[in-house]
Design a protein. Structure first.
Length: 146
C-alpha cells in the first residue's frame, strides 16, 4: 500500500496519471483495493482534501490514479458498478480502462485444473455488450455518468 501511495504521489507531483494494471484473478482483489484506496486519496481537487461536485454530480479533481478491469471475467461488470459507487459516495474521481483479457487463456487453464471458471465463454457477452458500453462511456449494467 505504501508503494502504491508513493507512486500516486509522484504521479500527482509530475502531473501524470498512474495506471494500475490488471493481473491474474487470484491477485486482482488486492490490486483493486490498493488502486481504489489510492484513488480516494489522490483523485481529488487537493490530495487528501475535500472535493466538491462537478457537472452532473461527478466528483471533480484530477484523475491521478486509474485501474484496469478485465471484461472477460464474469464478475467484471459488478466490480465496476461497485467501484463507481464507492467513488461517488467517497467524492473522488474514478478512473479506469477496460481490457479484453491478457490472462484469459491462463485463467481458463487454471480453472480446468482447479475449479470454477472466472472467465466468460469465448465470444460471450464480453465481446458484445461490454465493448459497445465502453465505447459509449458506460459498460452495460453500470448506472451513472462516465
Amino acid at each position: 500500500a505504501a508503494r502504491v501511495g508513493r507512486v500516486a504521489a509522484r504521479a500527482a507531483a509530475c502531473g501524470v496519471t498512474a495506471m494500475v494494471d490488471a493481473e491474474q484473478v487470484a491477485l486482482q482483489p488486492a490490486i483493486d483495493r490498493l488502486a481504489l484506496d489510492a484513488m480516494a486519496v489522490h483523485n481529488r481537487a487537493e490530495p487528501g482534501g475535500p472535493t466538491g461536485s462537478g457537472p452532473a454530480g461527478r466528483a471533480r479533481g484530477p484523475v491521478v490514479v486509474m485501474t484496469t478491469y478485465q471484461c472477460y471475467l464474469r464478475d467484471a461488470e459488478g466490480r465496476v458498478a461497485a467501484d463507481l459507487e464507492r467513488a461517488r459516495r467517497g467524492g473522488f474521481a474514478f478512473g479506469a480502462k477496460v481490457v479484453r483479457g491478457a490472462y484469459v487463456e491462463q485463467e481458463r487453464a487454471a480453472a480446468r485444473a482447479a475449479g470454477p471458471r472466472p472467465a466468460r465463454a469465448a465470444g460471450g457477452p464480453t465481446a458484445g455488450g461490454w465493448w459497445r458500453g465502453a465505447a459509449a462511456g458506460r459498460p452495460r449494467g453500470v448506472r451513472g455518468r462516465p
